[in-house]
Design a binder for this molecule. Structure first.
Ligand code: PLP
Length: 215
């Protein structure tokens, strides 16, 4: 795909959904394609594998904001802790405690989202609503000084049933609304290439889009 069309695709999405933040998902894409995104003026890139994120970050401009969007293994946190912009995929308290520890070592506060399991599929990672509530009300959570929750992330079921997808997004939005004010949350990351319009209609503030931009 030419750098011109990549930029046109990004501009089109931004124009259509002005009040939503766009994370361009750059996994599997080469450096020329990422450079095209950068040259288009876009700075938020998302990767789901730590190794790929780190190796791309090493060679691309330093002002790119890197989003970690995939399941994160605890032993990989240290590689992204010094610079990651937002971790979308906190799916266990154990992981969060490791992120806090590595953030402290790096001398910073790392913004993150709790990933909530909203899909029917067994395979998708994420916390249940009950698990989230337990974490939020725990004393140990209150003591973490080097992480800052910005909100929630979720992935809907991969189905053509629009009503089901919409209802999963609605459910996540209402969980977000329940806590956003008291906990100072501003980010609800939901919606990918196939379902971003539906996600936005149901209250998404941040979409993660890959194939729609590069294909
Ligand atoms: C790959 C990926 C996306 C983007 O998927 P597309 O269908 O290419 O838009 C979004 N979120 C996560 C967590 C992903 O792994």
């Amino acid at each position: 795909m030419s750098s011109h069309s990549i930029c046109e695709n990004i501009k089109q999405i931004k124009q259509q959904f002005e009040n939503v933040e766009l994370v361009v998902v750059s996994k599997y894409r080469n450096l020329d394609e990422l450079q095209a995104v950068y040259d288009c003026g876009h700075r938020d890139l998302g990767e789901n594998r730590v190794q790929e994120l780190v190796s791309k970050a090493e060679v691309l401009p330093a002002d790119i904001r890197w989003h970690a969007i995939g399941h994160l293994q605890t032993n990989k946190v240290k590689y992204i802790a010094p610079f990651v912009h937002l971790i979308h995929s906190v799916d266990s308290f154990k992981l969060l405690k490791i992120i806090d520890k590595e953030a402290q070592k790096a001398g910073r506060v790392i913004p993150f989202l709790f990933q909530i399991h909203i899909a029917e599929e067994e395979t998708k990672f994420g916390l249940s609503i009950e698990e989230l509530e337990v974490i939020l009300s725990s004393e140990e959570y209150a003591l973490l000084n080097n992480v800052k929750c910005k909100g929630l992330m979720g992935m809907a079921t991969n189905t053509n049933d629009q009503e089901q997808v919409a209802s999963e997004f609605k459910g996540l939005r209402s969980l977000f609304d329940k806590h956003a004010k008291a906990l100072d949350w501003d980010t609800l990351s939901m919606g990918m290439s196939s379902d971003h319009a539906l996600a936005i209609r149901n209250g998404s503030t941040m979409i993660r889009v890959g194939s729609l931009i590069f294909n």
